[in-house]
Design a protein around this ligand. Sequence first.
Ligand SMILES: [Zn+2]
Length: 178
Amino acid sequence: MHLRLEQHLVAQLLQAANSCAPHEACGLLGGKQGQASHFIAIDNVAASPMHRYEMDSSQLVKAFFALERDNLELCAIWHTHPEGRPRPSPEDIRAAAWPDVCQLILGFVNGKAELAAWQVAPGGVKRVPLQIGNAVQDLAPEEESAGRNLAIWGSAALAILLALWLAISLLPPAPRIP
Ligand SMILES: [Zn+2]
C-alpha cells in the first residue's frame, strides 16, 4: 500500500484544516491506482469535533456516488489533528472501518504542519509510504529522530559527568604522607 498526492491537494488540506480549526476537518481523496487527484471535504458531525471526527453520512454517500460517476477510486480517508501529531489516535484506531483504505492525517506540532499516511486495521497500525508530487516526501519526522536521540544521549552524558563530579568532590581528603 502506498499513497501519492498531487501537489495541489496539500494546499487544499491545509485550507480545510485552517477553516475548521479548532475542530478536526475530514473527507476523502479520490484518484486512480493510489495516486490521489480529487479532494472532497465532508462535515465533521462528531459530538466532540475538537478531538475526533465523524463524517456526515449523507455527504459521505454523495461523495461515494460522485467518485463512482467520475470513475475514480477511493484513495484515502483524511482528517486533521489541529493540535497533535499526524498519527492515529486510540479513537481513530477504534473507529477505523476500512482497513484497506489509506488514512491520511494532517497534524500540527507547535504550529508546524505534518502529514503522514497510515493503514489502520484492527490488528495494528502501519505507516504507509507517502509521495507528494514527484518527490518522495514524508512531511512527518519519525518519532525517534536522530536529533532527539542525540539530545537524549547528550543529557545522559551530562548526568554521568555531574554524578562523577559529585562523587569526587565528596571524597574525604587524601591522608597526609609523613
Ligand atoms: Zn485522528
